[in-house]
Write a protein of this length. Structure first.
Length: 267
C-alpha cells in the first residue's frame, strides 16, 4: 500500500507517505458526502492504516479544495433511514465509523477545507485534532431534516464545544464560520488555505517523532465516555502502565541523558 491509493470502495482512498497515513473522502461529485457503503468501509480503512508499522499519525481530509465532508448522502435516506428500524441500523454503522477513529491507537488529524456538516462534523469530532482553513464552515442540519443524532455522537460534539453550544448548533441548524468554530474550541488551529496542508503535514511529522505508546495510552484514557464501566478504565490504565515496561521508555530516558533525539519504535 505504501505510496499508493487503496480503493475498495473508490470513494475512500488510503495511502502512506513515510510516517503519515492519509484517509481521503473522495466523493467530490456529491461534495464528499458519505454513502452507506463508505460508512461501512471506513473502519477497515482506519484499521489498514493503523496496521502500517511505519505510520505514526493519520490525516483525514476531503478530496479537492471545496468540501471536507457534507455529511451523509441524503439521497439515500429514503431507503437507509426510511423508518425507525432502518435508521437504527444506519446509526449503528455511523457510530462504528466514529468509534474507529476514536479507538485508533494512532493520532488522527482532521484537515478541514470548505464545508464540514452533519456526519462530516461528526467525523471531525471523532478525530484527535482539527486543523482548518479560513473560509471553512460548520453545522449540524438535523433539525431541518427532522432527524436526530444518536446520543453517543452528540456526546462527542458536546465534549468539544460544551452542551450549551451543542444545543445551540442543533436547535438553530445554523452554520458557524471558522473563526467561531475556533472560539468555541472545536478547532485546534485556523490557517490560511495555502498553509493548511503544509501545517497538517508538519503536525503529523512532529507527532511521529514522539512515543507511539504514549499516544495510544493517552487516546485510551481520553476516549472513555463518562459513566463507562470499570473494564474500560482498567484497559486505559493498563495501557498507561505498560509504557513503563517498554523499550521506548528506556530509549527516552537514555536519549534525554545523552541530549539526543530519541528513536522510538512503539515497543
Amino acid at each position: 500500500m505504501t505510496g499508493q491509493s487503496h480503493t475498495p470502495p473508490p470513494e475512500l482512498e488510503i495511502r502512506v507517505e513515510g510516517s503519515t497515513g492519509w484517509l481521503v473522502i473522495a466523493n467530490e461529485k456529491r461534495r464528499n458526502a458519505m454513502t452507506l457503503e463508505m460508512w461501512r468501509a471506513l473502519p477497515a480503512a482506519v484499521s489498514a492504516l493503523e496496521a502500517e508499522r511505519d505510520v505514526r499519525a493519520i490525516i483525514l481530509r476531503g478530496a479537492g479544495s471545496e468540501t471536507f465532508c457534507a455529511g451523509a448522502d441524503i439521497s439515500e435516506f429514503g431507503e437507509t433511514r426510511k423508518n425507525a428500524q432502518a435508521a437504527r441500523a444506519y446509526e449503528d454503522i455511523n457510530l462504528a465509523a466514529f468509534e474507529a477513529l476514536k479507538a485508533c491507537r494512532k493520532p488522527v488529524i482532521a484537515m478541514i477545507r470548505g464545508h464540514c456538516l452533519g456526519g462530516g462534523f461528526g467525523l471531525a469530532a471523532s478525530c484527535d485534532l482539527r486543523l482548518a482553513s479560513q473560509g471553512s464552515s460548520y453545522g449540524i442540519p438535523a433539525a431541518r431534516l427532522g432527524i436526530a443524532y444518536p446520543p453517543a455522537a452528540l456526546m462527542d460534539v458536546a465534549a468539544l464545544i460544551g452542551p450549551s453550544r451543542t444545543r445551540e448548533l442543533i436547535f438553530t441548524a445554523r452554520r458557524i464560520e471558522a473563526d467561531e468554530a475556533l472560539h468555541w474550541g472545536f478547532l485546534n488551529q485556523l490557517l490560511e488555505d495555502d498553509m493548511l496542508e503544509t501545517e497538517a503535514r508538519k503536525l503529523a511529522a512532529t507527532i511521529a517523532q514522539n512515543a507511539p505508546l504514549t499516544h495510544a495510552a493517552t487516546k485510551a484514557a481520553l476516549t472513555i465516555p463518562a459513566g463507562h464501566s470499570a473494564p474500560d478504565h482498567g484497559r486505559a490504565e493498563a495501557a498507561a502502565i505498560a509504557c513503563f515496561d517498554s523499550a521506548d521508555f528506556a530509549e527516552g530516558r537514555t536519549a534525554f541523558l545523552e541530549k539526543r533525539t530519541p528513536d522510538f519504535k512503539g515497543v
